[in-house]
Design a protein around this ligand. Structure first.
Ligand SMILES: [Zn+2]
Ligand SMILES: [Zn+2]
Length: 517
């Protein structure tokens, strides 16, 4: 296998080599819609999407099945939900009412959130299935029967890892009571699709899950390998909690092989994601989660996806501090690699993070500079003019301008919500007093620079002009630039000076550099 390949391509290669004659490959992901699906959970969805894309790039067909594990029970009342929801514990999440009253059920509420997030990320090739619908349609009837017929073997496999082994009475099924709807039941398999059960509510009955499908659900550790078998899954990565020793991967593999005669999918572990500056991993119960929606207030969707193309077994941080400037720069460089035959792996990372590759290489404005423009003006037209004046874009297309304006908007959000003081500035309305201490020769450089601005020189050229003139006159460069910031901001630092000066209103900046106001 080619070591320099991106991991998504390596997995695609393995998948195809494993079953070279398969007509269409299947990549699967799934989640119980019972809480906020945050940027950490999204690593699975996005990882699978990369592999799905990589299979297709090889010219093979692929399905990306997104399976809602929405026939799981409502386990506990989460923070922020009324205590009275306790009465629904034990019902499937699809039968539990929506505490926020905006959807048909508790599950539907979180499903629709995930759908919104997927749209925001432009991930739209998923084929959705719902466990609760599939169970009720009888899709899994024969496989449930197989599990029940092999209950001893399943119990033995699970008990390999259990501190407290399941006793003889334990069987691999949860029955949702036909009377009260809850899974507070104990049941016994009578053979031929029949389950005798009694419920805490007093109900006693016999359920025939062939005649009357639904109501009998496999527990997660058996359900999962059953899904692999039903859909002939080729790839499904999962997080640490499943991959830990004795976790559900360890039991799913022998159950898949020995009970369902199914070769398990390729199933690497992906690492956690954390937020930069936060030690613990993101977790809904800790409340330290970032939703995709929040991520996309400051990240372009493709830049966000680019983060997820990093090594699958490597934890990464989502930065909201100044590191974000570097992340954008890295993305822009990866784009350059793609269009200009640079680093292959970076080019591939770029390709994977794009929904569609633009025909022409876009012109990008560095995020740091966008944060400057965002602070100069909130007006779109003015921002457009600034873009033209500063010389960052050369004969830009409409698309380039649109991309730049969007990035400026995101950079503005970043300044407002997360940026440190270093990135924020305020223009002094009057000439700051500290200007009196600047040496006369330096001030003359700025008078000349003002004339250059009047001549229509762009930001890069002004930067160059200040630099060259200081050098010629043998004035220290650092001191010269500090003076420029003093004139405008009344402090010794700021954004790259030349481009910054040209972001400002021309009348103002010329007057100020000539110290006339
Ligand atoms: Zn809702
Ligand atoms: Zn009941």
């Amino acid at each position: 296998m080619n070591e320099s390949k991106h991991w998504a391509d390596k997995y695609a290669e393995q998948i195809v080599e494993k079953k070279p004659d398969k007509e269409k490959y299947l990549v699967k992901s799934g989640i119980t819609p019972s809480g906020v699906v945050h940027a950490g959970n999204f690593r699975e969805i996005i990882t699978q999407n990369f592999v799905h894309k990589a299979i297709k790039k090889r010219g093979e067909k692929s399905t990306y099945l997104y399976f809602w594990d929405d026939y799981d029970r409502f386990r506990k009342v989460p923070k922020g939900v009324d205590k009275s929801w306790e009465k629904y514990i034990g019902l499937p999440v699809t039968e539990t009412p929506d505490p926020w009253k905006c959807h048909e059920s508790y599950a539907e509420h979180f499903k629709s959130e995930v759908n919104e997030e997927l749209k925001r990320l432009n991930i739209n090739e998923l084929e959705f299935k719902s466990a609760s619908e599939e169970y009720k349609k009888g899709t899994f009837t024969e496989l449930i029967k197989k599990a029940l017929e092999n209950q001893d073997k399943i119990r033995e496999i699970l008990n390999r890892y259990r501190e407290e082994p399941h006793g003889e009475e334990w069987i691999p099924i949860r029955v949702y009571c036909e009377e009260c709807g809850k899974d507070t039941t104990e049941s016994k398999y009578l053979g031929e699709y029949e389950l005798e059960y009694k419920c805490d509510c007093g109900e006693k009955s016999v359920l025939n899950f062939k005649k009357n499908p639904g109501n009998a659900k496999l527990p997660w550790r058996v359900d999962w390998p059953m899904q692999w078998s039903k859909y002939d899954v080729d790839f499904e990565s999962s997080g640490k909690e499943h991959q830990a020793s004795g976790g559900s991967v360890d039991t799913a593999i022998p159950i898949s092989k020995e009970i369902f005669n199914q070769e398990p999918p390729i199933q690497p572990m992906y690492e956690f994601i954390s937020i930069k500056g936060q030690k613990e991993k993101m977790s809904s119960s800790k409340g330290n989660v970032i939703r995709i929606k929040e991520l996309l207030e400051v990240y372009e969707p493709n830049v966000a996806l680019y983060l997820y193309t990093t090594k699958i077994n490597k934890a990464f941080e989502i930065a909201f501090d100044e590191e974000i400037v570097n992340i954008y720069n890295r993305f822009d460089r990866a784009e350059k690699s793609y269009f200009e035959d640079g680093d292959e792996n970076e080019a591939r990372r770029y390709e994977l993070s794009m929904k569609e590759i633009p025909e022409q290489q876009p012109q990008r404005i560095p995020f740091g500079f966008c944060s400057t423009i965002a602070q100069v003006s909130k007006d779109k037209e003015k921002r457009k003019n600034i873009l033209k004046r500063t010389g960052h874009l050369k004969n830009p297309s409409e698309k380039d301008i649109e991309l730049a304006l969007k990035r400026i908007e995101l950079a503005g959000n970043w300044i407002e919500k997360y940026a440190s003081e270093k990135y924020k500035y305020k223009i002094k309305e009057k000439i700051p007093k500290s200007v009196e201490d600047i040496n006369e020769e330096i001030l003359k450089i700025y008078e000349k620079a003002a004339e250059e601005i009047e001549k229509g020189k762009n930001g890069q050229e002004i930067q160059q002009f200040i630099y060259e003139t200081a050098k010629e006159k043998e004035i220290p460069i650092g001191k010269t630039f500090k003076a420029g910031y003093q004139l405008i901001l009344g402090k010794k630092q700021g954004p790259r000076l030349g481009p910054f000066l040209t972001t400002l209103e021309e009348n103002f900046v010329v007057k100020r550099l000539k110290r006339k106001g």
